[in-house]
Design a protein around this ligand. Structure first.
Ligand code: G6P
Length: 617
């Protein structure tokens, strides 16, 4: 939610900021703005809408300069308009600030600042912060750095901020708590951003700022760069410089019309990457270092609690089914937002698995902190290397799906499920709950996943064709049983988030307890009918839909006859082991949602009101 980028150095700052904003636009696209220092002043330009609207707006403006900050917004406080867009000035335009996060006590602070004579021009919590810093700086006659320290000690909430000042234009101050911030160290220059994507083409040396740390990035009069990091208690910190492993081409569309389609098509490779080094072809076995290193914790676990949000929560549900089935460890799956506030019972011998693509979701991060506070062992399954959840976890496994830019998660879901399946197998193996032959069979099936996904991708034109007639449907129902139930939830989520069609996922048998009332000739029902175990049951559920004239689109295994005969449309996918079936069966669901949204003319990569990285609660 909101992306921030800052630069100080010798290069023209404008193209760096604009390219950075484009890369961070997945984090919010309600408005965008920049502040560049030139002609002895801080020049702010901001615009409601997308980064491209801002680009158009500044075409005739003087954007020369080598120091600046920029922001792309997902609105929390105050509607998405020009006034509320960032950067925000302090009262006399001496300071400019950008912010990702929420200042929870902003009302109290605002009242006090108004009493002190400050005027506000926006409804945002961010303007309160810049005014507070400036007020402290002026009234106490202290340096900007000290004022930032004092102001941040007074605020309650989450922030990643960058501040510029007219008086000290050769430095930028950045700080974080709860929201992500990474600093890039170039030759004679510094970058700072919400993630590494705006930085990667300039340097691969980065420092991930920790919570409550403040960094002053400056250039001496001779242009010598200097970085000083302190925490809120003014204790100096030695920066830990890390090497960035990110491929620039993974941030481009590479000829695809949308990132979402590109990411759907990347799945054969991302599955290969997520399994690579973790399954052994010769021995037909699995080895997950995070589990091996902490074997005792897992073997002694009273239960496993999986926390996540959105698509990651759906992957967690698939994980629950597999871990309970194979390793016989009780598993609970919780929405992180509920878990963190409902005073959950957490035992020191619980293992909490946090699933998060971004590794920055505020609720999931908070759930991790609560779990750790209660002594549980936390295992993170994240995609973004060095992200907050990855760092806050005791151990974990990266998904290795590469950057996911499309707001609707696709390749991250299949990578999350792959890692959870590896985890289930590794635990079953360690607990000696699985026969060698069964383990070998599943591992062999894992090897075949990328090729089978490729076969499904070849059906893309057929899928696009099938869904054409449903483009203007107003509701969709998705049904599945067993492993396919979480997939029904995920299929419905994909459709609603990018096409704005109301869709619900249900366990097929639960349909009789409510949704069946909605079924008529106008209602498309997507049935995922790939399970062998409860095939007859799902056939009965389909009959129940047919009897009410519902229209069936089924996802079936190759060679299926019974479900196919009952369906209006069927998409055949290659067979695999039950625990792996969601990894293949979700591909047609992703493509269906994609094509419906494109046919409706929706912005699939940046659906309205959504943001990819939800760093506020
Ligand atoms: C947002 C995204 C979803 C994602 C969810 C959880 O809602 O739009 O695609 O599944 O956040 O994000 P995480 O990064 O924690 O997986």
């Amino acid at each position: 939610m909101c992306g921030i980028v800052a630069y100080i150095g010798k290069q023209p700052v404008f193209p760096i900021l604009m390219k950075g904003l484009h890369r961070l636009e997945y984090r919010g696209y309600d408005s965008a703005g920049i502040c560049i220092y030139n002609h002895n002043r801080l020049n702010i330009y901001k615009k409601r809408g997308k980064v491209s609207d801002l680009e158009e707006f500044v075409k005739d403006k003087d954007v020369s300069g080598t120091v600046g900050i920029a922001h792309t917004r997902w609105a929390t406080h105050g509607e998405p308009n020009q006034h509320n867009a960032h950067p925000h000035y302090s009262q006399f335009e001496d300071l400019a600030l950008i912010h990702n996060g929420i200042i929870e006590n902003y009302q109290t602070l605002k009242k006090e600042l108004i009493k002190q004579g400050r005027t506000f021009y926006s409804e945002t919590d961010t303007e309160v912060l810049v005014q507070l810093i400036d007020y402290i700086r002026v009234s106490s006659r202290i340096s900007l750095t000290e004022a930032v320290h004092q102001a941040l000690s007074q605020v309650v909430g989450a922030y990643a901020v960058a501040v510029m000042s007219k008086e000290s234009p050769r430095s930028i101050i950045v700080a974080r708590k709860g929201s992500p911030l990474v600093i890039g160290i170039g030759k004679d220059e510094f970058f700072a951003a919400s993630d590494a994507s705006p930085i990667v083409e300039y340097t691969n040396e980065v420092v991930y700022l920790e919570d409550e740390e403040i960094a002053v990035l400056s250039l001496s009069a001779k242009g010598k760069p200097k970085m000083e990091i302190t925490n809120l208690k003014n204790v100096k910190k030695v920066p830990l410089i890390q090497k960035l492993e990110m491929n620039l081409s993974s941030l481009e569309k590479n000829g695809y019309p949308h990132f979402m389609l590109k990411e759907i098509y990347e799945q054969p490779q991302t599955i290969r990457d997520s399994l690579s080094g973790r399954i052994n072809m010769e021995l037909n076995t699995v080895a997950l270092s995070g589990v091996i290193d902490h074997k005792e914790k897992f073997l002694k676990a009273r239960r496993i609690i999986i926390v996540g949000c959105g698509t990651s929560w759906h992957a967690g549900l698939v994980g629950e089914y597999a871990i309970e089935e194979l390793a016989r460890i009780p598993v609970e799956v919780e929405y992180a937002s509920e878990f963190r506030y409902r005073n959950p019972i957490i035992y020191p011998d619980d293992v909490v698995i946090a699933v998060s693509q971004s590794g920055e979701t505020a609720d999931t991060l908070a759930a991790v902190k609560i779990a750790k506070k209660n002594g549980a062992f936390v295992y993170g399954i994240c995609n973004v290397v060095g992200s907050s959840i990855a760092r806050a976890s005791d151990s974990g496994s990266y998904m290795h799906a590469g950057p996911e830019i499309g707001v609707a998660s696709t390749k991250a879901f299949t990578a999350q499920v792959s890692v959870l399946m590896l985890l289930a197998l590794a635990l079953a193996k360690e607990k000696k709950m699985i026969k060698k032959s069964s383990l070998e069979q599943i591992v062999r099936a894992m090897y075949e996943l990328p090729e089978k996904i490729e076969q499904v991708l070849k059906k893309d034109p057929q899928i696009a064709d099938v869904v054409k007639i449903f483009t203007y449907s107003r509701n969709f129902l998705y049904l599945g049983r067993g492993y396919n139930y979480p997939l029904a939830l995920e299929g419905a989520l994909k459709l609603k988030e990018i096409s704005y069609i109301h869709a619900e996922g249900y366990p097929a048998a639960e349909m009789k307890h409510g949704p069946i009332a909605l079924i008529d000739a106008e209602m498309p029902v997507v049935v995922i009918a790939t399970n062998r175990g409860n095939y007859e049951k799902i056939v009965s559920n389909i009959q129940e839909v047919k009897a009410r004239k519902g229209r069936i689109i089924s996802i079936v295994n190759e060679g299926d006859t019974e479900v196919k005969a009952l369906s209006d449309f069927s998409i055949e996918i290659p067979r695999t082991e039950a625990i792996l079936s969601t990894i293949i069966a979700c591909i047609p669901l992703q493509l269906m949602a994609y094509h419906i949204a494109v046919q409706k003319g929706c912005n699939v990569d940046q659906p309205r009101n959504l943001a990819k990285s939800v760093t506020v609660e």
